[in-house]
Each structure stands twice: as structure tokens, then as C-alpha cells.
Design a binder for this molecule. Sequence first.
Ligand SMILES: [Zn+2]
Length: 286
Amino acid sequence: MPEMPEVHALASDLSLRLEGRVVTRLDVSAFSALKTFDPPVTAVAGREVQDVTHHGKHLDVDLGDLHVVIHLAKAGWIRWHDVLPVPRQGRGALAARLVLEDGSGLAITEAGTKKSLSIHVVRDPMEIERIATLGPDPLDPSFTRQRFAEVLSAAGRAQIKGVLRDQARIAGIGNAYSDEILHAAKMSPFKPAAMSGDEVARLFDAMRAVLEDAVRRSDGLAMADLKGEKKSGMRVHGRTGEACPVCGDTVRQVRFADDSLQYCPTCQTGGKPLADRALSRLGISV
Ligand SMILES: [Zn+2]
């Protein structure tokens, strides 16, 4: 799943490609992905792309008084094509195409059987509840250590892993970067969010360092290279069974009914392995 650093890079790459270009149409082939009906998708025709930005993990193609907002969810992706392929019967992965005048444009795809990619056509992105309720951007200069301390203290006894991923508390961090941030901060994923001032500071610095590093590595990359770059930068996420690059202990995982997290016992939990929770849910809205 693309998280804020990748979506940030996608938005930069897309704005270079799309700014000033005129959209011919938006074809949505996965009808369940389209969450709005007014304005209709046909309203995008003939409009010039002003900019491409993002709100947390949501991409926003700004067409002036209309916005096409795309949330790639767990298995969605966007590809640029100089010549867009014609959708064929049985090509289930293609969710939508944004077509420009010369036949180039974007193919939006979603792999897997569980479809959760969403596309909204709106006059104002704030009409979308998940955007209107987004927490602060963790890399925004106004998001200070003090603000972070307030977010954590408001979350109380909730486990820090879930709090970092909760889009209404902090925007843009998902399963991968929350694993990486907690590893960098040497903190258990199940630690309660309300923590001491020193611990808040450590977690804040880790969050900034991990996200800034990911943004630096992702920015300027073409869309096709982003996934590989994200994966190569991970120290514990997705690396169950491999050696922790900090201490050499074996990276372990906790499986949930709907997801899994990875961590290093020596770095994060005083050497104690965490119990598997395969029957419970991580219970996070993403
Ligand atoms: Zn370690």
C-alpha cells in the first residue's frame, strides 16, 4: 500500500506530467470504486489539470472547480502511459483510466479480490469525509513535538501501533512506516500511546527521520520505481526471519486476522517475543 512518502512522490510525478494538460475523459471500469455521482464523471471532459497534490494517502487531481480524488487503498496503483492501453474484457485489475487529449494518461489498477480503491469526483476535497477528518500531516512544520504529545495523550491507553496508523489522528502513515518508526524509536507496537515526555520526543524524532528519509528517497522517482524503493528502505517491515540491521536479532511478526506487523524483539520488546493474535483484528481504519 502506498503511504504518504510514496503518495507525495506520485503527486509530484503526476503534477509534472499532467499540469496544463486537458482531460478528455475519466473511464471507470470498476463501478464500485466510484463513490460519487454528482458531479458526473463526464464533467471532467475538457478541463485543464491545475495541479496534483495529496491529502494524507489520497491523491488529488485538481481540475480547477472539480477534483478527482483517488485513494489507492491496499492493492491499488497508478501507471502513466504515453499511449493508454484499451481496456479488454477480463482485465479485472483495471479500475479506471484518466485519458488526455492525445491518448496518453493514467491507468488506475487494483490487484486482488478485496476491492477497496476509491475514486471521488467532487467540487471540494473537503466534501469527502475521510479527508475532512484527516489528522495533521506529520511532516508539516506546524506539527510540532507539542502537537504530537497532545495527539498521543488524547489516544490514552490505545496501542501506539494503531494510533500511528489512525488517519484521523495523524495523516499518511500506514502499516509499513508505523513498523519502521517504532523500530527506529525502539518501542513496542503495543505500548500505550500516552507516554513520558522523553518517549514522546524519541518517537517524534523517529517519525520525522523515517518519513523524511522515505520522502527523500521517493521524490523524483518515476512511478514504476516507487514500490521497489519503498521495499528496499524497510528495516523490519516485511522482513520476518531476516536479521535486524541494528542488532542482528531475528525480525519477528505478529499476525492478525487481517494484517501483520513486524518488529525486532531485542530493539523493541526487551528481547521478549510478542504473542500472535491471528484471531483478532488490527482494527484500524485506513
Ligand atoms: Zn534489532
